[in-house]
Design a protein around this ligand. Structure first.
Ligand code: SAM
Length: 263
């Protein structure tokens, strides 16, 4: 029995790159066709995923456009580092909306709001009496998000809590949420997980979604991971070691881990 053949885009990309490497090692130089194939597999993936995903609402498109147009390099003294790339975006927003529907969520918690794309995406999918509690450290970006919420028919479902998320989580202890989206500072992920699991923030049937769990490949492919890479690797390990939960890491965008409580 031979090795199973690769049957996924990333598997075929890997095999193609390995062949290119072996041929270069053997002194061959006409690897152009194989490199083109590797490039097409990699470059086409995200656009194709986006094309096959339902479109975002006009309010979300406008929020994304406003975020992209803003100059985030100009920050008040002591302000948190922010950049437009923090916004989760179309595909992840649609994934979160689907999860709101699938879990029949009414109470949603977001940890790390930025300009509010994911908070508004989830709010749009909630029934009229649903609410999103959105935690954000930076007052300036929270005000930016609030302006976007005010321009949307679903924005009134979002309650913004400005301050360190751990303090907000402590004030919410014992309130069960049906869906939690964790997307704040990576260094805090292990502590946020402990707060969520130790203080009853996730409803028994609830789903915790954690963003950036692939952290640009650092946890598995970087010989010298950054502080964030190490923090995400430690979080992924803490989750794998926790007997209270079951989880799956989906390679959506920069990695989206879905977690549920075990009975
Ligand atoms: C990746 S962005 C969130 C992106 C957002 N969920 C979206 O989809 O557009 C992370 C956000 O977490 C915020 N943040 C960082 N540390 C925080 C803390 N200790 N408490 C609350 N928010 C924090 C940052 O200010 C930033 O706006």
């Amino acid at each position: 029995m031979g090795q199973p053949r690769p049957v996924t885009p990333v598997g075929i990309l890997t095999e193609t790159l390995l062949r290119v490497r072996d041929r270069l090692d053997a002194g061959e130089t006409d690897v152009r066709a194989e490199l083109d194939r590797a490039y097409a597999l990699a470059a086409g993936l995200d656009p194709y995923v986006a094309r096959c995903t339902s479109p975002e609402s006009p309010a979300l498109a406008q929020l994304a456009a406003r975020t992209a147009a803003h100059d985030w390099s100009v920050r008040p003294d002591g302000g948190v580092f922010l950049e437009q790339e923090m916004l989760s975006g179309h595909v992840e927003g649609q994934a979160l909306q689907l999860l709101v529907h699938a879990t029949r969520a009414r109470q949603v918690l977001e940890i790390g709001m930025f300009t509010g794309y994911s908070a508004l995406a989830m709010a749009e999918a909630l029934p009229a009496d649903g609410r999103v509690v959105a935690c954000e450290l930076d007052a300036e970006v929270a005000a930016f998000a609030q302006e976007c919420f005010d321009a949307s028919p679903d924005g009134s479902k979002i309650e913004v809590r400005v301050g360190p998320a751990l303090a907000t989580l402590a004030s919410l202890a014992g309130t069960p949420f049906d869906l939690i989206f964790l997307d704040a500072d990576k260094a805090g992920y292990v502590d946020y997980l402990a707060a969520i699991l130790d203080t009853g923030l996730l409803a028994p049937h609830g789903v915790l979604c954690v963003d950036n769990t692939l952290l640009q490949g650092e946890p598995y492919a970087s010989p010298e991971p950054t502080v964030n890479g190490r923090a995400v690797a430690a979080f992924n390990q803490a989750l794998a070691d926790d007997p209270r939960v079951a989880q799956v890491l989906l390679p959506v965008r920069d990695g989206l881990t879905l977690v549920r409580l075990l009975p």
